[in-house]
Write a protein that binds this ligand. Sequence first.
Ligand code: GLY
Length: 321
Amino acid sequence: MILVTNNEGTLGVPATARMLAEGAHALDAIEAGIQVIEADPSVRTVGRGGWPNLLGEMELDACMMDGSTLRSGAVGALQGFLHPVSVAREIMRRLPHEFLVGDGAARFAREIGAEPADNLIEASRRAWQAWFDNEVPEQQKSAWPDTPLAPLCCHAIDPEVGRDTTVFLAHDAAGNICCGTSTSGWGWKYPGRLGDSPIVGAGSYADTRFGAAACTGAGEMTVRCGTARSIVLYMKKGAGVADAVAEAVDDMRALKGGLISRVTIHAIDTKGNHKVVAVNGAGDNKYWLWEGQGEPRLLAAEPVVITTAGTRATTTTRYTR
Ligand code: GLY
């Protein structure tokens, strides 16, 4: 058994580890852990308490994948529900589809009786209002919201670059390898923007025969590289988990332009090995590892630097093309 989750997953670790220890299916254990995080407003990048988009609206993304069936369920830009991860799980259970977005995702959530929620907490609303007051030109304010948002998007400062998702990878007692993600995405994103978290193969992927991978940070990078799927495929072709992650990092070196920012990659194989690297991270990215017994341990991701053309974002720099 093994559980790997990032620092944002801290509050969910006890529930997921306990359920895995009791023999639960990895999907159930992951969903329970992520639910804790989604409901807790102190986690500022996931679920209730996350960051809104440019219009001040909460749009949440989540995904689950069962590596034993290769079924997945994902929601993108979901508004008004407390547990995107559970809506994603129900897509897997009830629909012949893998991915719902926007109004369709919200309609499905209502149909299944998912718990409604106002996910915009007062602190996030105030932060958005301060951005609006200070950054939006006066003539755009008077036309709001019928005004071009693209220039604002390209100059918005993400309040938490590189810390924007929770990811869980688990190998359960029965041998199933599964993964789950949940996020409010890039703070001040263009409405409708999806990052990697709901995109199977970019932000996460699981295949019980080989292993699983999941990413946090600027999803634009891992969407372009198909990072999570690549890692599992590299393992299928014979690479160990560390080499598979190194190959995926190498793939990122081909990226030109766009946002070249922080990505943390988490991966496990079928034998209980794992690798977590922080691409262009400052060395402060942490993750939890629980290996089926004892206490979960908080460890540091290994920093990896890639030099490639593009805009490097920090919490104090603006994204410009
Ligand atoms: N990694 C999450 C996102 O880019 O939205």
